[in-house]
Design a binder for this molecule. Structure first.
Ligand code: TXA
Ligand code: MG
Length: 328
């Protein structure tokens, strides 16, 4: 490929080059602890427009602004309730995005014309290094959606980023390789514009963690699709990207048929003739390997991938949320 983006290891110099490229208006995909992000200067409308183009994503779809430290938060927001301050103190840097009332700096091209802005401080040394270097150059924050084409599975490795976006990035853009993402699922998104927190997307920061920190109860409404399973109601405002779909058909909690792929906790045996794609030892490992396992199924041209879902109230809720979307 003549216009292939630069895939780099992550020496200090490379991180500084990445920050300079962002400042100059180019795109830099980078690792975070959740999934890889496709970064652009969050104050540059032309650079942000390229994110939408490269992802093939509708342009009214809001983006998360990533910052390195709480000291860069004020400029982006109008105000912040006490409970959100408590969440920020307890879980940043970490797999949590807060939706807050925006300041003048958060333009419509970031917020999708909403009066709120999504903010996250990621817990990954390369992401934080890139952000710090970018702030040193005068940058306010890096807008970064997951580095996949619209509606596809989020990438948790640099090679998955190249597989998704390699054809759409130019040689001035780059992909920083930080190895596999530690968490493997997108951040918990919490709407902090009301009197109590509301989960818009479940993730590794769980209901119990949020309730413990804020001492507030999160409203648990049953969703039409999941009534009877006691699942959290997820109102995913502004969200169209809820497919997370591989090419293979994803089937949940059914007996896998011969020739199909299978993902389940390690204690569940593989039926004869079924292709085991992952056998994680814990719910945490399930989250880590899930997206790569779905990709592996596609690489093997499987038509169906069966998944035995993990049970439980914590990270398992986020896993079941993504699997439900993948199976629709
Ligand atoms: O873990 C993550 O959050 C990753 C890494 C790269 O940080 N990012 C990520 O971004 O998942 P994205 O764009 O793929 O998903 C962010 C979601 C979008 O679906 C968007 O609708 C929602 O966040 N969002 C962003 N700003 C919002 C806002 N102001 N109000 C409500 N939802 C918002
Ligand atoms: Mg995404």
């Amino acid at each position: 490929m003549s216009n292939s983006p630069f895939l780099s290891n992550c020496a200090a110099e490379t991180i500084d080059d990445g920050a300079a490229a962002l400042k100059a208006g180019y795109l830099v995909a980078f690792p975070t602890e959740t999934v890889y992000g496709l970064g652009a200067d969050a104050t540059n409308p032309i650079a942000v427009a390229r994110i939408y183009e490269v992802k093939g994503r509708p342009s009214d779809h809001p983006l998360i602004v990533h910052i390195a430290d709480l000291k860069y938060l004020d400029q982006w927001i109008a105000d912040m309730p006490e409970y959100a301050i408590a969440l920020a103190r307890d879980y940043w840097p970490g797999p949590m995005t807060l939706i807050l009332k925006r300041s003048e700096l958060a333009k419509d091209f970031i917020t999708g014309n909403q009066n709120t802005v999504a903010i996250r401080i990621p817990d990954n040394s390369i992401a934080l290094g890139l952000l710090e270097a970018f702030h040193k150059l005068g940058g306010a924050g890096i807008a970064a959606p997951s580095a996949n084409r619209f509606g596809q599975v989020s990438p948790t490795t640099a090679s998955a980023v190249l597989e998704e976006l390699g054809d759409y990035l130019t040689e001035e853009d780059s992909v920083l390789d930080g190895g596999p993402s530690a968490v493997g699922l997108e951040s918990t998104i919490i709407d902090c514009t009301g009197t109590s927190p509301r989960i818009l997307r479940p993730g590794a920061i769980t209901v119990a963690m949020i309730e413990k920190t804020t001492r507030l109860e999160i409203s648990k409404v049953l969703d039409e699709e999941t009534i009877g399973t006691n699942e959290l109601h997820i109102r995913f405002s502004g969200s169209l990207e809820n497919h997370y779909s591989p090419k293979a058909k994803v089937l949940l909690d059914q007996q896998p048929v011969t020739g199909s792929g299978y993902i389940a906790l390690t204690e569940i045996p593989t039926p004869p003739g079924v292709i085991r794609l992952a056998a994680p030892k814990s719910v945490e490992e399930f989250a880590q390997v899930l997206y790569e396992a779905l990709r592996a199924g596609d690489h093997q041209n499987l038509t169906a991938i069966y998944v035995s879902q993990p049970t439980g109230d914590d990270l398992a809720i986020a896993i079941r949320d993504r699997l439900l979307k993948a199976s629709n």
